[in-house]
Every structure is written in structure tokens, then in C-alpha cells.
Design a protein around this ligand. Structure first.
Ligand SMILES: Cc1cc2nc3c(=O)[nH]c(=O)nc-3n(C[C@H](O)[C@H](O)[C@H](O)COP(=O)(O)OP(=O)(O)OC[C@H]3O[C@@H](n4cnc5c(N)ncnc54)[C@H](O)[C@@H]3O)c2cc1C
Length: 392
């Protein structure tokens, strides 16, 4: 495994940093946070520059890049401002369409995602089912009725659910399936379909530029051709997609930690107490060293995982294990480092600074796409499996 970026990857890193630093400011980040506003202007610009289409194939207007490049972009955007990075939330789940969709579905949606024209969403979580969504049977049901799917149920916490052009909805289509997740199907529902009621969820702690919505489906009808991938294979499709998408989330946590760290580093040389800059105190140096070590460890684990994904090992369980390790470790690092960075700013971090936003925004990365506890369960399970020991 290489420990340096290729020339092309280094160039992508430079371009992503330049875009983020030039286009985004603290004031804009704060404004979007206060107004709970998706940064459409930057989404469109990112589309024009190829960032939203980075991971999609060139055939559909993307850049055809791999997981390492997706991680580089996520890290650089989050380092500058997590509100800017909210734009990545609008893109991510279109990867399911590219991986499992029909030619018609791909041509319909992916070029517009790559251009930054539309966003999409994926709805798995329900009010009664979070970590166990899919495993014990979903309350959202879809049945074939005439020439259409008829969907009933409620989804919650759906990122971009209120602004998405289309949502990939996970439905129980076979209530008798055993285990229940073998009866889950993904169906595409477009914005404005009759019977779909969408409510924005506020207030919330952080990442307010990336909105969440509750989506209620009442006899929502869509054509049978809106099936995504295979009937009753929806849960498998999501899990195989999470094996990829959890790694850019880990990179996002590395980026948010790096951004908070750099700010704290600088502040510690400027703020004076006891007639000297606070970086002269060994306690501050110790904090800085701990933060630097944690970030670097999280970064190495994240990029090793991305490298594995790009090199497609025969044993795909290795990817499952590494993606969970990277996400769990990096998300914890994001939380710990933003906490310590805020401590270095102390009162000025708590009041009227970017730091309180970084601290709030980092928290979610240990919850989405499987909580830290679920990631640790996966890591433990895969280690028992590798040793041919009984699974927990
Ligand atoms: C901002 C935000 C964005 C989101 N975006 C989306 C989205 O786009 N699409 C979507 O479908 N969902 C989305 N979600 C939902 C998210 O995936 C869930 O919140 C998450 O999976 C956890 O579910 P829960 O909140 O119901 O917690 P629960 O599952 O109720 O868990 C509660 C606690 O119990 C622990 N726990 C549960 N089961 C176990 C276990 N077996 N072992 C150990 N501990 C366990 C959990 O780790 C947690 O600490 C989003 C959530 C938020 C807050």
C-alpha cells in the first residue's frame, strides 16, 4: 500500500482546498447554520467544477474517481466548513442508482446530480426502527397494485428528504420473509408524488445546512419500473453501499477534526494569559499533541480503507470490517478533537465562534449510517469470523 497520493490525487486535494477556502467563509457557514439553509449556490458551483460528480462514471457526466478521491474531497470540504460539506449529503445516495439502477434510471438522475442541479435522499429509518431498520421488518410497506407500487408508512430523519428530487425508499415488500431483511425492496419516489407528505425537522443540534425531514407515505403510487435493483434485495443493496459510503464519512470526521485543530493551534499562539501565550503551557502542548496523533491515526485508517475499496479485494468482508473501523474511530476522533479545540478557546469557543459549530457538527458523524455501537458490533463480529470462532 502506498502512503502518498498520486499526482492526480494531490491535484484534486489542491483543487478541493482552493475551492473550499475561496468560496466559503465563516460568515456564510454561520448564516446557513442559523437559517437551516442548504447551500444551493455552492452545490451548483461544486457541480460545475466536478466535485458532486467525482465518484460517478464519466458515461453519466461524472469524473469516474475512486474512494480515495471521494475521501480527499470530503476531508478538504469539512476542514474549511461543515456547512459547505453539507453539499456532499445531497449527492451520496445517487451512488445506489449508479450501482443498482436500470440504464433509464441512471440516465434520468445521475447527470443532473453530477451537474449539481438536483439532490437525492435515501429513506431507511422509521420512527420505530433505527439501528434495527430492516433487520426486524420495516413498518413501511409496499404492495403491487395494478401497474404500480402502493406505499404506506413513515420515514424519519431523512437527509435532504425535503429538497430531494427523488428519494430511494426502503419498503417491506415481503412481510413473511425470514429473516425479515430478505423482504426489503428499494423503490424510487419522486418529489411531489401525491400522497407523500414531507415535514422538515427542526430544531437540531448541528449540520444544519443538510436538512432532515419526516416523510409520510399514504397510498403513494409509483410505477413498477421505479423498483431500484432487485425486489427483496434492498437491504443487501444498502449494506453493500454502506461499505463504500462509510469511508467518506470517516474522512469527513478527519476533516472536521483537522479544521478545529488548525484553528486551536493558531489561537493558542495568540491568546495570552499569565502574561504569555497559552501555547507556552505544557497542558496546551499536551492537548495539541494528543489531537495531532488522533487525527493522523484516524486519517491513516480512513485512507487505508479507501485504498482497500479501490483495490477491490476478493474478500469483501475485509472492506466491511475496515469501513466500520474507520467510521467508528474517525467519528470519535472528530468529537474528541472538536471538544479539546473548544477547550483551548474556552469562553471564546463557546460564545460567538466557529468552534461551537464545529463541535456541534462533529457529533452527528457517530450516529448516521450506523451508530458507533453498531460499527463496533460489526468490527467485533468480523474479527470472530476471521478466526473461525463462534459469532457473537
Ligand atoms: C442528522 C441525521 C441524519 C440522518 N440521515 C438519515 C438518512 O438520510 N436516511 C436514513 O434512513 N436515516 C438517517 N438518519 C437516521 C440514522 O441512521 C439513525 O438515527 C441511526 O441509525 C440510529 O437510529 P436511532 O436514532 O433510531 O437510534 P436507536 O437505534 O434507537 O439507538 C439508540 C441507542 O441504542 C444503541 N443500540 C441500538 N442497537 C444496539 C445494539 N444492537 N448493540 C448496541 N447498541 C445498540 C445505539 O447505538 C444508540 O446508542 C439520520 C439521523 C440523523 C440524526
Amino acid at each position: 500500500m502506498r502512503f502518498e497520493f498520486t499526482e492526480e490525487q494531490a491535484e484534486i486535494k489542491r483543487a478541493a482546498r482552493e475551492f473550499a477556502e475561496k468560496e466559503f467563509t465563516s460568515e456564510k457557514g454561520r448564516e446557513h447554520d442559523e437559517k437551516y439553509e442548504f447551500p444551493w449556490e455552492f452545490y451548483r458551483k461544486a457541480g460545475k467544477l466536478g466535485f458532486t460528480g467525482a465518484s460517478f462514471s464519466e458515461k453519466y457526466g461524472g469524473q469516474g474517481l475512486g474512494c480515495i478521491e471521494a475521501c480527499i474531497i470530503a476531508e478538504e470540504f469539512y476542514r474549511v466548513d461543515s456547512t459547505l460539506a453539507a453539499i456532499l449529503a445531497g449527492v451520496g445516495f445517487a451512488g445506489l442508482v449508479e450501482k443498482f439502477g436500470t440504464e433509464e434510471q441512471k440516465e434520468k438522475y445521475i447527470p443532473r446530480i453530477c451537474k449539481g442541479e438536483i439532490t437525492c435522499a435515501m429513506a431507511l429509518t422509521e420512527p420505530g426502527h433505527g439501528s434495527d431498520a430492516g433487520m426486524v421488518g420495516l413498518d413501511t410497506k409496499a404492495v403491487k397494485d395494478g401497474g404500480s407500487w402502493k406505499i404506506n408508512g413513515t420515514k424519519t430523519f431523512i437527509t435532504c428528504g425535503d429538497i430531494a428530487e427523488f428519494t430511494i425508499v426502503c419498503c417491506q415488500t415481503d412481510p413473511n420473509a425470514s429473516p425479515p431483511h430478505r423482504g426489503v425492496t428499494q423503490i424510487i419516489v419522486e418529489k411531489g408524488t401525491p400522497g407523500l407528505d414531507v415535514t422538515s425537522l427542526k430544531p437540531k443540534m448541528g449540520l444544519r445546512g443538510a436538512p432532515q425531514a419526516e416523510m409520510a407515505f399514504s397510498d403513494v403510487r409509483v410505477p413498477l419500473s421505479n423498483l431500484l435493483g432487485q425486489e427483496n434485495r434492498g437491504f443487501h443493496q444498502i449494506m453493500s453501499y454502506f461499505d463504500f459510503s462509510r469511508t467518506p464519512i470517516a474522512a469527513s470526521a478527519v476533516g472536521i477534526a483537522q479544521g478545529a485543530f488548525e484553528r486551536a493551534l493558531k489561537y493558542s499562539t495568540e491568546r495570552e494569559q499569565f502574561f504569555q501565550p497559552i501555547h507556552r503551557f505544557q497542558f496546551t502542548q499536551w492537548k495539541i499533541a494528543e489531537m495531532a496523533m488522533k487525527i493522523e491515526a484516524a486519517r491513516l485508517l480512513t485512507y487505508k480503507t479507501a485504498w482497500l475499496i479501490d483495490h477491490k479485494p476478493e474478500n469483501t468482508r475485509l472492506i466491511t470490517k475496515f469501513a466500520s473501523m474507520a467510521k467508528a474511530y474517525a467519528a470519535k476522533t472528530g468529537i474528541e478533537v472538536t471538544d479539546e479545540a473548544l477547550q483551548i478557546y474556552a469562553g471564546y469557543g463557546y460564545v460567538d465562534s466557529d468552534m461551537e459549530r464545529f463541535y456541534r457538527d462533529a457529533r452527528i458523524l457517530d450516529i448516521i449510517e450506523g451508530t458507533g455501537e453498531i460499527q463496533r458490533y460489526i468490527v467485533a463480529r468480523e474479527n470472530y469470523r476471521e478466526m473461525n470462532l463462534p459469532l457473537p
